[in-house]
Ligand binder design. Structure first.
Ligand SMILES: C[S@@+](CC[C@H](N)C(=O)[O-])C[C@H]1O[C@@H](n2cnc3c(N)ncnc32)[C@H](O)[C@@H]1O
Length: 239
């Protein structure tokens, strides 16, 4: 019996909850029910609907094309993990481009997690917001995160980067966008300041490389894409 279960059985539940190690507070996201209703009344897919709302029509397809061109998505892509899928727009596109036999998602927003599990029949475990706890080590062909590392607190991002090192197999890919130092020139900083948005968290490219490249990953390509008031940098790593 593990120490944790012994402690849980001996303590009153209120005290046990109070003594649990803290988990990061989940970052909030757009509500699932309203978004689905909005898409239905507009007669659009959820992906097209949110792209229209965010003035980003075609952006999901453009990004997925880059993943195919780089080899991150191919016939060999069988096990996929996605962190923070939100509406699931990248799940839908991934299934249209390859045939994964296993697709695991880690999503902190409970409403979207349930909707995604039901809609796409993917594995969607309870998400603790920082680890890939049901994913086996050295098992993943592609791990992707879109619009997530742009605002994760640094320590949470590092936890996920270490998990990426644990789960991606040799030959597998890690793809995500991040607000690197290249995303903050003076004009872009002014645009952020002129807006109400304060969510970006800079994660420098050298810091990301220092974690992934010491463990066998190589940065195979990178590109900028419009994000919020400025841009985010997509990074494609292969192991
Ligand atoms: C900006 S949205 C992007 C959603 C989706 N990837 C897209 O591009 O449409 C960020 C997503 O990450 C989720 N999220 C935030 N913090 C998270 C965490 N620590 N672990 C997993 N998901 C998280 C949010 O609930 C939300 O679904």
């Amino acid at each position: 019996m593990r120490l944790r279960s012994v402690v849980r059985d001996c303590l009153p539940p209120v005290l046990f909850r109070a003594l649990r190690p803290p988990r990061p507070t989940p970052l909030s996201y757009i509500p699932c029910a309203d978004t689905i209703v909005g898409a239905r009344s507009a007669g659009m897919s959820v992906c097209d609907y949110v792209e229209t709302l965010w003035n980003a029509s075609g952006s999901t397809d453009r990004i997925m094309c880059r993943l195919v061109e780089s080899g991150a998505i191919s016939d060999r892509t069988k096990t996929v993990v996605e962190i923070g899928p939100g509406t699931g727009r990248y799940i839908e596109k991934t299934f249209s481009l390859c045939r994964p036999t296993r697709y695991e998602v880690y999503e902190t927003a409970g409403d979207w997690r349930e909707w995604i599990a039901k809609t796409y029949k993917v594995e969607a475990p309870q998400c603790n917001g920082e680890t890939l706890h049901i994913t086996a080590s050295d098992s993943v062909d592609l791990i992707q995160a879109h619009g997530v590392f742009v605002y994760l607190p640094t320590v949470v991002a590092v936890s996920y980067l270490r998990e990426i090192v644990r789960v991606v197999r040799t030959g597998g890919y890690a793809v995500f966008d991040s607000m690197t130092e290249a995303c903050f020139d003076a004009t872009t900083v002014s645009a952020w300041l002129a807006s109400k948005n304060r969510y970006p968290v800079m994660l420098t490219l050298s810091f990301i490389r220092s974690i992934l490249e010491t463990d066998g990953f190589t940065l195979t390509s990178k590109f900028m894409h419009p994000y919020g008031e400025g841009v985010a940098e997509y990074l494609i790593f292969r192991r």
